[in-house]
Design a protein around this ligand. Structure first.
Ligand SMILES: NC(=O)c1ccc[n+]([C@@H]2O[C@H](COP(=O)([O-])OP(=O)(O)OC[C@H]3O[C@@H](n4cnc5c(N)ncnc54)[C@H](OP(=O)(O)O)[C@@H]3O)[C@@H](O)[C@H]2O)c1
Length: 340
């Protein structure tokens, strides 16, 4: 544990596009400092820095990932590499004594997350899956609405996440799904996570259907997770339809909807709720940057020893549900989910 008055010193492992959001967040978070960035492509780390934070001085750029992990000035690593590389590089970072914020999905198998968990415990470092959306205050407000009893008991949750994938980004579908390609590993983790968060329990089974492209990656997947006692979580994700980024909860007395769950800059946080007794309301919340809040939170955990909001138990449960969903799409039947 460090002194809470210090800053958490971050290194970024990978010149990925998502740095557009996370790199400025690390620079802006008051308890954080960007000290290094690495890429395997010569010059790409320096280019990324120049592109997203040209004003920041004193950041070491590496054309070698291991050099960043050997840098004693780095306390925590942000890991935005390709999905199938997360587990391998998270383990390398942990074994060098670095705390790691791993982009979603943390790994492609539960076994890999268990290995990450054991290594993090051995090396006494913090690890968290990068579900930035969870740090937006709108979800806490939505929970308040539910806890007030306004919509009664939660019976159904529906999550939709879709957009038209630009041709330049179609390389995400270049690998089959068990190699980390496709929509389910890309945007599916958010949809599944929001269903689990809303119910606050784990699904016992899943039934799903997908449209696959010729590489074996799913481009559209839709399904139902069974949370027991007639409580179903519906999800619908796609790279080939207009933008949706929402989840909606229906209870015994009414419903509540989060209209911009996986927000882009400029999205207005809006919640709306209604009751069978005829009440309805639209709440516009103040804007918040969930990337900045995520970085601040993880830095705080590193600095003060606090447990991250998103646990490894949560990461394993999400992974288990995704793996079962993909199995269901190929087997064409309901797949039970063993939550142990
Ligand atoms: N939280 C969020 O809002 C959010 C948003 C988008 C993505 N993500 C997640 O973040 C991770 C990265 O996604 P991304 O879309 O940003 O990935 P990306 O741009 O495809 O980059 C992934 C990796 O590929 C390499 N790479 C990047 N551009 C390349 C190029 N032109 N040629 C060859 N290699 C290249 C980089 O490694 P090197 O630098 O070593 O070459 C990088 O680490 C994924 O796990 C994704 O699920 C999260």
């Amino acid at each position: 544990m460090m002194n809470a008055s210090e800053k958490c010193r971050w290194g970024i492992l990978g010149a990925a596009r998502v740095n557009e959001r996370l790199l400025p967040a690390i620079v802006e978070a008051p308890n954080s400092q960007l000290v290094a960035i690495a890429s395997r492509r010569p010059g790409a780390a320096a280019e990324t820095l120049e592109k997203y934070a040209p004003q920041v001085q004193g950041v070491q750029t590496y054309d070698d990932m291991d050099a960043l992990l050997d840098d004693a000035a780095v306390d925590a690593v942000y890991l935005p590499m390709a999905n199938e590389e997360h587990a391998e590089w998270a383990l390398k970072a942990i074994r060098k004594g670095k705390h790691v914020l791993i982009e979603k999905p943390m790994a492609l198998t539960v076994a890999e997350i268990e290995t990450i968990e054991a290594a993090a415990s051995e090396h006494r470092v913090k690890v968290m899956e990068g579900f930035m959306y969870r740090f937006h205050p709108q979800h806490a407000r939505l929970r308040e609405i539910i806890d007030s009893g306004l919509i009664g008991e939660i019976r159904s949750v529906r999550a939709s996440y879709s957009f038209m994938m630009r041709p330049a980004r179609m390389y995400r579908l270049a690998r089959e799904f068990d190699q980390g390609g496709g929509a389910m590993w890309d945007i599916g983790p958010y949809a599944i996570h929001s269903l689990r968060m809303a119910f606050g329990t784990e699904p016992a089974a899943v039934t799903a259907m997908a449209r696959f492209v010729e590489t074996g990656a799913d481009i559209t997947t839709s399904g139902i997770l069974d949370f027991g006692d007639g409580r179903f979580g519906h999800f619908d994700i796609s790279f080939e339809r207009a933008r949706r980024s929402e989840y909606e909860i229906t209870g015994t007395l009414g419903g509540v909807k989060c209209h911009a769950a996986w927000q882009l800059p400029g999205d207005v946080p809006v919640l709306s709720w209604w009751t069978e007794s005829g009440r309805q309301c639209e709440e516009r919340l103040p804007p918040a940057n969930h990337f900045n809040l995520e970085i601040e939170h993880f830095s705080d955990c590193v600095l003060t020893g606090k447990t991250p909001l998103l646990t490894l138990t949560d990461a394993k449960a999400n992974c288990r549900a995704i793996v079962a969903t993909l199995q269901s799409t190929t087997l064409g039947k309901t797949v039970p989910i063993d939550n142990g």
